[in-house]
Design a protein around this ligand. Sequence first.
Ligand code: SF4
Length: 454
Amino acid sequence: MIKTSFINPFSSDAKEIVSNLGQIENLDKENETLITIINYTRGQLFGHEMNLPKTLKQLAEKKFEWYLSKKSDKFNDKEYEYLFNPEIYEYDIVSFYLLCQAVAIGFGPDSREAKQVVELERDLIDQRLERLKAEPNDFQSNFLRTTLNQLIDTNNIYWTDLKDVIEMGEFDLNNLLLSKGRLIIEYEDFIEEYGELIQHRDPRSMYEVTGGLDLKSNLLKSIIMLHTKQYIQTVAKMAERMIEPNPLMDNLAENLRNIQEKAQEQKYGSRGKGSFNDNQPVSYEMEAFPPCVRKCMQGIKSGGRNDAIVLFLTPFISYARLYPGIFSEDKNMKISEVDPSLDITLNEVIPMIYDAAEACSPPLFKDQPQEKININSKLGFGMHADLKLDHEGETQWYTPMSCEKIKLHMSSLCTPSVDCKKIGNPLTYYNRKRKLMKRNNNNNKGEQVNNNGN
Ligand code: SF4
């Protein structure tokens, strides 16, 4: 029997589970029942490299990893099959609260990570409900009704009560059935309202087409997303009064940061390393990014978001990918000279800049969507909302700012490392570091060959 807490972490049962299992001293201890559930999950892939979770904290980390890595082409859903085993529900609930608390304390309620945890919960529920479709229609209907009624009264709810839920953007107000402002969710209400109008058709099918299970699923998902967002906000507020957060939370937040970095590298970096013809597009090598760029990529948490993303990061990210050797030549470039179809620009450069903008606190485009136009402008495509070849040349493709200017205008970005010595520009740092890394790699390979006696 699937428990409602497998879907809804805000039920009274779920809260009881947290008070029984959620003692802080147990969160980082190996949990035999959790391990057994995972080991007996049908279809689960096993292997050392998978690092299957043994503790509740590790389960929270794995959920975050699942959410981030499922967008990569290397993703194998069978590595995370245990997340869809209904028997895991108690541990899933505790790890849910752990994850919310870690992002609230470690990153804040407006952070990219907070938004990702809300979306993670949505995607998890989505896939779990998808699997529920294998069950008979009656079961699904009853299950959704019970779970939804833990959160709202499905026979008596007005759209105005759900304004915040609708704003989450998971469904459109125009697609809802309303009667004098009351939302028609259940079959009996549907029949009472529209039964007389339905002729020569099966009322049940009409109900399913106009709302039915899909409406209930979307409603449930959206309400849980809203509750998750609000819970993160509440924890963040409480954390402001905390003298010192629990070290476990700090450690979990740090691990989430590492997972985030690793996922970004998988998404953008390190394909086809080793070529040093820098007057053409070359794959990103994020390990070679200078400290200022890394800091900016993690999101600007205080003032100066606009300049950091538009003036500093946009030129760096675009030249690093498309033409890292720009300073070895004295010429003005256009992006189309190296990326004629704009494929790389649209699919790699822009997403990486947008990711960093999203990671700002608050996310840059949330209150300043016009900055997308400024980004296009700095890439040389004029002041337009769409990045189109027709507009290229209306503005200039900005070259990356010098270290001197960064220190002067965005001093908080510059936290020099030893490799910054005698460097005049972050792009020069990047090119030099890539060459050093390649040389070290070659030396290591040489040593290995020697040690093997070949
Ligand atoms: S010295 Fe230059 S490259 Fe190094 S962190 Fe500062 S701005 Fe970036």
